[in-house]
Design a protein around this ligand. Structure first.
Ligand code: C2E
Ligand code: MG
Ligand code: MG
Ligand code: MG
Length: 287
C-alpha cells in the first residue's frame, strides 16, 4: 500500500508515524504527573444480587481528568501506563483509594478493583492490598481483585502463586471478562476463583442469535458446577434482564442497575428501584 503511493506516500506515512509517536510521548509524560496533580479519579458502579436486587459490591473504575482532553477512558490510558512503566504507581493508587472509599461507605459493600496483567507481574499486589486494608482498617473480605485470563499467559505458575497469597489473606478473587480473548477453560483448573464475570460482549449479542443464550447458559452452569459465583456484565435493558433472570446468576452488573459514578448516592429510593426489578411477578407464569 505504502509502496504503491511512491515516495510522497512513504514520507506522509513517516510523518504521521512521527506525529503519533510524539502525541503518545506527550500523553505518557502528562500521565506520569497525573497522580501528583490529583487528576485520577475512581468511579464506582453497583453490582447487584441477581435474586434480590440488593447492592453487594461496587466496582472501582478509573478515569483520568485531563485538563484539556476531559475525561479519558481507562481503555485509552491503561495500556499507555503499562508501556510507560506507570502502571505500578497507578495500580497502587487505585487499591489505596478504593479501600479508603469503602471504609467510609454506610454499608459493608465490597469494593472490586481491576488489576492489569503487567501490574500483576510487576507489583507485589498481596503486599499492596495488605497495606491498603490495614491503613483503612478494612476487613480483607471487603476487597475483590479482578484479573483477566491473560495473567496466566506469561507466567502461569507465578500468577497462581500470587493469587494463592491473596486468597490466604482473605481477599476475594474474580476472573473478569470471562469467555473473551484468550479464554481457555484450563485456567479454571489452575486456580479456584471466587467468581467469574461473564464478558459483556455476550449480553450485547443476546438479541442477535439464540446460540448466544445457549453459550451464556453453559458458562453459568460450568461456573456453578465448579462451585463458583457467576456474575453477568453489561446488562442494559429490561429485555436482557428478563432473559438473563431465567438462567440464574449470582450477581448482575450494567447500566440498567447503575452507571459508574464518582460519588456514591445510594438512596433508599434507589435501592427500592433495584429491588423492584427482581420482585416483579413474571406474568408468563400465569399464562
Ligand atoms: P472491566 O473491568 O470489564 O469493566 C467494565 C467496563 O464496562 C467499564 O468500562 C464499565 O463502565 C463498562 N460497563 C459497565 N456496565 C456497562 C453496560 O451496561 N454497558 C456498557 N456498554 N458498558 C458497561 P470502563 O470504566 O471504561 O473500563 C474499561 C476497562 O478498563 C475495564 O473493564 C478494566 O479492564 C479497565 N480498568 C478500569 N479501571 C481500571 C483500573 O483501576 N485499573 C486497571 N488496571 N484497569 C482498569
Ligand atoms: Mg472489571
Ligand atoms: Mg469485565
Ligand atoms: Mg474489560
Amino acid at each position: 500500500r505504502v509502496k504503491d503511493e511512491g515516495r510522497g506516500g512513504l514520507r506522509f506515512f513517516e510523518a504521521s508515524m512521527n506525529a503519533q509517536l510524539h502525541a503518545r510521548r506527550q500523553l505518557e509524560q502528562e500521565l506520569s504527573g497525573a497522580i501528583d496533580r490529583d487528576e485520577l479519579q475512581l468511579f464506582y458502579q453497583p453490582i447487584v444480587n441477581a435474586k434480590t436486587g440488593e447492592i453487594e459490591t461496587f466496582e472501582a473504575l478509573i478515569r483520568w481528568r485531563h485538563p484539556v482532553r476531559g475525561l479519558v477512558s481507562p481503555v485509552e490510558f491503561i495500556p499507555l501506563a503499562e508501556q510507560a512503566d506507570l502502571i505500578a504507581a497507578i495500580g497502587q493508587w487505585v487499591i489505596d483509594t478504593a479501600c479508603a472509599a469503602a471504609a467510609t461507605w454506610p454499608k459493608p459493600w465490597r469494593v472490586s478493583v481491576n488489576v492489569s496483567p503487567s501490574q500483576f507481574r510487576q507489583s507485589d499486589v498481596p503486599a499492596l492490598a495488605a497495606a491498603a486494608l490495614a491503613r483503612n482498617a478494612l476487613d480483607a473480605n471487603r476487597l475483590v481483585i479482578e484479573i483477566t485470563e491473560s495473567v496466566f499467559i506469561q507466567d502461569a505458575a507465578n500468577a497462581v502463586d500470587v493469587l494463592s497469597r491473596l486468597r490466604r489473606q482473605g481477599v476475594h478473587l474474580a476472573l473478569d471478562d470471562f469467555g473473551s480473548g484468550y479464554s481457555s477453560l484450563s485456567y479454571l483448573q489452575r486456580f479456584k476463583f471466587d467468581k467469574i464475570k461473564i464478558d459483556q460482549s455476550f449480553v450485547r449479542r443476546l438479541g442477535q442469535s439464540s446460540d448466544t443464550l445457549t453459550i451464556i447458559h453453559a458458562i453459568a452452569n460450568l461456573g456453578h458446577n465448579l462451585g463458583l459465583h457467576v456474575t453477568v456484565e453489561g446488562v442494559e435493558t429490561a429485555e436482557q434482564l428478563a432473559i438473563l433472570k431465567e438462567i440464574g446468576f449470582d450477581q448482575m452488573q450494567g447500566y440498567l442497575f447503575g452507571k459508574p459514578a464518582p460519588t456514591l448516592t445510594v438512596t433508599d429510593f434507589e435501592q427500592a428501584r433495584l429491588r423492584a426489578m427482581f420482585q416483579e411477578p413474571d406474568l408468563r407464569a400465569w399464562a
